[in-house]
Design a protein around this ligand. Structure first.
Ligand code: ADP
Ligand code: MG
Length: 282
C-alpha cells in the first residue's frame, strides 16, 4: 500500500508531486465531513496515474488539494520542488498557472471563445506566447486542427473535452490533473480523450493524474490508486480493465456495508463496479 508508494524502484523518473498525511475536513461539528483522512502519496514523473474509489471517497478533493484549487486542513502538498503551504497567494496563482494543468469533468470552456482561444486562454492571461512547436504538437494530438474556429456549442462532447485537455497541456505544465475527464463522454469520445492523455505521457513525457470510475479508462494508465473514505486503501501497477474491475467488485461490497449515512451515492457505485456506466451517451 503506502509502502509500495515509496518504493524507489517504482519511481524511475522521480516524483512529480506528493502529499504527506493530508487531511481535509469540510464543515464543523455535526456537519463535519472528513473528505481526506491522512493521505500520503507520491505521483511519479512521466507516469499516467488513475485515482479510483466510490463516490464521496475524496477523489475530487484530492485533485483540488494537489492542484492548489482548495486549501488543506493539515498535511503537506508538494508540486515539483515547491511545498504549497509556504506560498503566498500570488505565488500560488503563478504556480497553478505555470506548472499545473487541470481538466474538469464539465470541460469549463468559455462559450463565447473559439476552441483555439479557449486553448490559449491560460497563456494569454499569463501574458505568454505559446511555444509554437509544442502548440502544433498538442493540436495534432487532439486532432482539432479543422475545428479551431468553432465555439464550444459547435463541437461534440468529445471534441470539447479534447479542447479542455489541449488547454491543460498548452502551457506544458509539469503535471496535469484530470477529474473524470471521460465521465460525460460516450465510449468512442472517451477513448479519444484517453488515448490523448496516454500519448501525452508516453510520447511527450507529461505527468497525468486522472480520476475515473471506469475500469476501462483505468486500463490506459500505469498505476491505479484506490481511495475509500478519504484514505488510500490499495494500489495497482500496470492495471488492466479486468483486474481493476475485479478489485472494484471486491471493494464495493464491504465498503457499501460500512458506508457513512451521508453517502447517498453508494448505490450507484455498485452499478459502476459492475461495469455499467450511468453517464455514457453524451
Ligand atoms: P469524490 O470525488 O470521490 O466523489 P469528493 O472529494 O467530492 O468525493 O467528496 C468527499 C467528501 O467530502 C464527500 O462526503 C463530500 O460530500 C464532501 N465534500 C466535498 N466538497 C465539499 C464541500 N465543498 N463542502 C462540504 N463537503 C464537501
Ligand atoms: Mg468527484
Amino acid at each position: 500500500m503506502t509502502e509500495t508508494a515509496t518504493n524507489p524502484t517504482l519511481a524511475p523518473n522521480g516524483v512529480a508531486a506528493s502529499v504527506e498525511d493530508l487531511t481535509k475536513v469540510y464543515g464543523k461539528g455535526d456537519a463535519e465531513v472528513r473528505a481526506l483522512d491522512g493521505v500520503s502519496l507520491q505521483i511519479y514523473s512521466q507516469q499516467f496515474t488513475a485515482v479510483m474509489g466510490p463516490s464521496g471517497s475524496g477523489k475530487s478533493t484530492l485533485m483540488h488539494c494537489f492542484a492548489a484549487l482548495d486549501t488543506v486542513t493539515s498535511g503537506t502538498v508538494v508540486i515539483g520542488d515547491t511545498t504549497l503551504g509556504s506560498q503566498k497567494d500570488k505565488q500560488l496563482t503563478r504556480l497553478r498557472r505555470d506548472r499545473i494543468g487541470f481538466v474538469f469533468q464539465s470541460y469549463n470552456l468559455v462559450p463565447t471563445l473559439t476552441a483555439e482561444e479557449n486553448i490559449l486562454l491560460p497563456l494569454s492571461i499569463a501574458g505568454r506566447k505559446p511555444d509554437k512547436e509544442w502548440y502544433d504538437t498538442v493540436i495534432e494530438a487532439v486532432a482539432l486542427r479543422d475545428r479551431l474556429d468553432h465555439r464550444p456549442n459547435e463541437l461534440s462532447g468529445g471534441q470539447q473535452q479534447r479542447v479542455a485537455v489541449a488547454r491543460a497541456l498548452a502551457s506544458k505544465p509539469a503535471i496535469v490533473f484530470a477529474d473524470e475527464p471521460t465521465g460525460n463522454l460516450d465510449s468512442r469520445s472517451g477513448a479519444e480523450v484517453l488515448q490523448l492523455l496516454q500519448r501525452s505521457v508516453d510520447e511527450f513525457g507529461q505527468t497525468v493524474v486522472m480520476v475515473t470510475h471506469d475500469p476501462v479508462a483505468a486500463g490506459y494508465t500505469d498505476r491505479v490508486i484506490f481511495l475509500a473514505d478519504g484514505r488510500v486503501v490499495e494500489e495497482m501497477q500496470d492495471p488492466t480493465a479486468e483486474r481493476v474491475l475485479e478489485r472494484m467488485t471486491l471493494f464495493t461490497q464491504p465498503a457499501a456495508a460500512t458506508a457513512r449515512p451521508d453517502d447517498a451515492d453508494d448505490a450507484d457505485d455498485a452499478d459502476d463496479a459492475a461495469g455499467t456506466t450511468d453517464e455514457a451517451g453524451a
